[in-house]
Design a protein around this ligand. Structure first.
Ligand code: SAH
Length: 185
């Protein structure tokens, strides 16, 4: 089945070059973090955020000996203050995979208010041509509320940003959506 997470990955890989700096805003078990670390290579850098210690431990194992990743056990709403100021305005891609981590506690899920804070911060961090990729999960009640908030945020962006938003035409239950925000070049 076609998945929006695969689409997000392809889009990021098409924009990110070796040496660039990127952010994984929801590290989870670290699958996307590994993909990002390999895309930016040893001369680039990945900053990762997650609030779950177990998830970050799994991510560290998965990242193995890669040295181009800095993981913070801190909410992504604090990303701007944790990134070196030299990176502000120079981030090529910021990934959000919202909701809860499959297999872990459903009680630990991203929240609309902190997600919106992090998205607003992301806009200040992007380079020209940089993208924010957010996978939304409107299939459950909390995810629906969050997806509504993120879509509303993206509908009122300042000048200089563009958006792309996927939809499925025949899905019985609300399917995951990919929302991309681009800082225009
Ligand atoms: N639903 C996705 C996986 C989402 S993982 C899927 O099906 O593939 C979401 C991750 O975000 C979890 O690991 C969770 O711990 C993390 N998270 C929750 N709140 C966060 C926050 N404020 N900052 C950073 N990460 C957060």
């Amino acid at each position: 089945m076609l998945r929006v997470t695969d689409l997000a990955r392809l889009l990021v890989q098409s924009r990110v070059q070796p040496g660039m700096t990127v952010i994984d805003a929801t590290v989870g078990n670290g699958h996307d973090t590994v993909m990002l670390a390999d895309a930016v290579g040893p001369t680039g850098h990945v900053y990762g955020f997650d609030i779950q210690v177990d998830a970050l431990a799994n991510a560290r194992t998965r990242l193995a000996t890669r040295t181009n990743v800095t993981l913070h056990q801190v909410g992504h709403e604090h990303m701007a203050s944790l990134l070196p100021t030299t990176t502000h305005g120079h981030i090529a891609a910021i990934l959000f995979n919202l909701g809860y981590l499959p297999g872990a506690s459903k009680a630990v899920t991203t929240q609309p208010d902190t997600t919106l804070t992090a998205l607003a911060a992301s806009l200040t961090l992007l380079m020209r041509g940089g993208i924010v990729s957010a996978v939304l999960y409107p299939g459950h009640a909390a995810g629906r509320e969050e997806a509504d908030a993120v879509r509303a945020f993206a509908a009122t962006l300042p000048a200089g940003f563009g958006t792309l938003h996927t939809s499925r035409l025949n899905s019985a239950t609300p399917a995951p959506e990919l929302l991309v925000i681009e800082r225009l070049g």
